[in-house]
Design a protein around this ligand. Structure first.
Ligand code: ME8
Length: 686
């Protein structure tokens, strides 16, 4: 027998400088759904995910957390893995770039590129963005990164360079000959325009930090993190290993069928990665599929903005399947889409509790009640209604498959749920409960046909939706008496396969309705969770998800809670009246910071979002000073911040600390505190 065809799909490997959030979950869930579906189509599927653990950004986060880089990455990588396991994501391997198999494979790739003459030594002097791990064209010291706006660092070093400039024509030919190499079309156009504008050689080593893979034979250099990271897609399946088993695995699975990524890393995957592979004379992946961003209150959900939502909160309240369904149904794949707890619960109630859940429980409980739990035989006589459901089911299968293949998850689910609504309507119109009351064979036969039709449609929707909502569909499948859903061969799915007389299982509700209190619980957990997770691994964020103080609030009001006991005799260290003691004051950590980034907060005319360097780290601070200060004028300015305040969210953004300002007049016009003498960033005030 021929071996089944193979299918290899990857997620990006996630940075471990921040804890996982639902943005990461989104990509991983999309890949998981594709992988599960491929397995059900008989494909020998390999689904890879993992973590990106090298680089200066991570080295700095480890230093800030007071541990070694290895200890640091071990902790966060474990959190990613635990989360994916809790969500039952069906990955086949989890690669970490600090693993020996990756280090060995990466070095083998580097050597291969050198041997083929694509790597040479040169020197570089210019600006580097640590956040993006990218050399950029920026004006000079401290100038903002053109990609993310964060301040760049000046770097002057001897580097190894990759001859990217030599790959221009070959890349353009690739995009022209394989239009599906980059999806969607908009991303392809952007990439082509970028390559047409000219490519410069790429620096692929660094000497200014240590946390990376040494260049073979020249360990003073570590390999550029993006080359290191991209190589995971081949090292995980055995590239660079001498073990015959690994070699076989690499031959079997490479090239990848799909690299799934977010749109911000298109250039690395669609320009650099194919260029490295071409130079190394390795086959190219078949497709790079870029999705849009998950937004939270209109801005990209990201660790640097601190406006993340953790998947755990949703898992602990309504479970993994509702989140998976929401992400794939609500967001049009390729475009940006918003997340909110209200929308999640609304979608859950409408489509899962009222839609599929209702169809499943009413159909199965009526079969239990009226046919002693056995799938009834439909009568030979079919009404137009019955025929219409069967025809719609057939159409649903073919449309769903075509849309899913094209990564149109939202449309595919909409298609499947079109069948759910049609069958729920069919049940209401055919009133099986009334038929059950009627005497005579005809009514009994009609009742059997209606319930058979509903159960068969339920079976079809359940198995189509399985890759997206695996746990709940597995339960419905069991209740239908059909055993293990994962064994079902999706290729043969068609109307009429439900075995008559199948004994159905115990009927239990699969999607209990959520209500307002569910939303409140999730919001509260997020508030508390962001505080505890921050305490647990404060420095897990390169720019920590912030704490907050109310914008414009004055320091003493915000941070000091005077112990007031008018009757008490004054003793040293105890407050009297409305006075506070020196001990109280010393609880407030005041530090000098420098504003690195300042921008207006969309939809809030008083608020500015700033990134403030306080020496040990960069904090995000949201403050109500937009009316008094132009954001551009604040960049580079030294300010005083209260550094040990509780987290607080303003307009969905977490503020980690508060800027100290005088508050003038009735309107409380803010005037920032500052110094006449020059003071170093991070200095403490007391
Ligand atoms: O870029 N919306 O890692 P990363 C949608 N290590 N997707 C999001 C998202 C959001 N708000 N936030 C994150 C890196 N993602 C590199 C990748 S690959 C060789 C190296 C998802 O931790 C999305 O897939 O910043 C995005 O591309 C990825 O996480 C970025 O993860």
């Amino acid at each position: 027998m021929d071996k089944p065809a193979k299918f290899y799909i990857t997620t990006p490997i996630y940075y471990v400088n921040a804890r996982p959030h639902i943005g990461h979950t989104y990509t991983t869930v999309a890949c998981d759904a594709i992988a599960r579906r491929q397995r059900m189509m008989g494909m020998d599927t390999f689904f890879l995910t993992g973590t990106d653990e090298h680089g200066q950004k991570i080295e700095r986060s480890a230093t800030a957390a007071g541990c070694s880089p290895q200890e640091f990455v071990d902790q966060i990588a474990a959190e990613f893995r635990q989360l994916w396991d809790r969500m039952k994501l069906s990955y086949d391997d989890f690669i970490r770039t600090t693993e020996p198999r990756h280090v060995r494979g990466m070095q083998a790739l580097f050597t291969r590129l050198q041997e083929r003459g694509y790597i040479y030594k040169g020197s570089y002097s210019g600006q580097y963005c640590v956040f993006d791990e990218l050399y950029v064209d920026a004006a000079g010291p401290g100038a903002p990164c053109p990609e993310c706006g964060r301040p760049t660092e000046t770097v002057q070093e001897e580097n190894y360079f990759f001859k990217l400039s030599a790959m221009e024509d070959r890349l353009l030919k690739l995009y022209a000959e394989q239009p599906d190499f980059i999806r969607p079309e908009t991303r392809r156009n952007e990439v082509m325009a970028f390559v047409r504008s000219g490519l410069r050689d790429l620096s692929v080593s660094r000497t200014t930090f240590k946390w990376g893979i040494p260049v073979p034979g020249d360990p003073k250099h570590v390999i550029y993190v993006w080359l290191d990271a991209l190589a995971n897609y081949i090292t995980a399946i055995g590239f660079g290993s001498d073990d015959p088993k690994d070699k076989k695995k690499f031959e079997r699975y490479w090239p990848a069928d799909v690299h799934m990524i977010g749109k911000e890393i298109v250039r690395f995957h669609c320009v650099y990665w194919p260029a490295f592979l071409m130079a190394a004379e390795l086959p190219l992946p078949k497709a790079i599929v870029a999705h849009g961003w998950l937004l939270f209150e209109e801005s990209k959900m990201s660790k640097s903005r601190g406006n993340i939502v953790r998947s755990e909160t949703i898992l602990d309240t309504i479970g993994a399947d509702p989140l998976r369904y929401f992400l794939l149904r609500e967001i049009v794949f390729g475009s940006d889409g918003s997340f909110s707890f209200d929308a999640l619960v609304e979608r859950f109630n409408a489509d899962l509790a009222n839609g599929l859940g209702n169809l499943s429980s009413r159909t199965l409980s009526m079969i239990t009640r009226y046919f002693e739990g056995e799938i009834p035989h439909p009568s030979k006589e079919r009404s137009a209604d019955d025929e219409a459901v069967a025809a719609l089911a057939g159409q649903t299968i073919s449309d769903f498959n075509a849309q899913f293949e094209q990564f149109q998850f939202s449309r595919a689910l909409e298609t499947a749920w079109g069948l759910v609504s049609a069958v729920n309507k069919y049940i209401v119109e055919n009133e099986p409960w009334a038929l059950a009351e009627k005497p005579g064979q005809d009514a009994r036969a009609r009742l059997a046909t209606v319930l058979y039709t509903a159960a068969e449609a339920l079976r079809i929707v359940t198995v189509l939706a399985h890759p997206v909502i695996p746990e709940s569909t597995a339960r419905i499948w069991q209740q239908l008496g059909l055993g293990n859903i994962e064994r079902f061969d999706l290729r043969g799915l068609k109307w009429g396969q439900l075995q008559l007389g199948t004994k159905i299982g115990k009927v239990e509700p699969v999607f209990p309705r959520a209500d307002k209190s569910t939303i409140e619980r999730m919001q509260q957990m997020e508030q508390e969770g962001s505080t505890t997770s921050q305490n647990k691994s404060q420095a897990a964020e390169s720019e920590p998800a912030g704490t907050g103080a109310q914008a414009g609030q004055r320091a003493t009001e915000a941070a000091v809670t005077p112990a007031v006991d008018a009757k008490a005799t004054p003793v040293p260290g105890v407050a009297t009246g409305n006075k506070i003691t020196i001990d109280d004051f010393l609880k407030v950590e005041l530090r000098v910071g420098e504003v690195k980034v300042a921008e207006k907060v969309k939809g809030a005319d008083k608020l500015l979002r700033m990134e403030v360097d306080i020496g040990s780290e960069v904090r995000q601070i949201v403050a109500g000073i937009a009316k008094a200060y132009e954001p551009e004028k604040l960049v580079g300015r030294k300010v005083v911040i209260v550094a040990n305040l509780q987290p607080r969210k303003l307009r969905g953004l977490e503020s980690q600390g508060m800027i100290v300002a005088a508050s003038l007049g009735d309107d409380g016009v803010p005037v920032l505190a500052g110094f006449l003498e020059d003071v170093p960033v991070g200095a403490k005030l007391k």
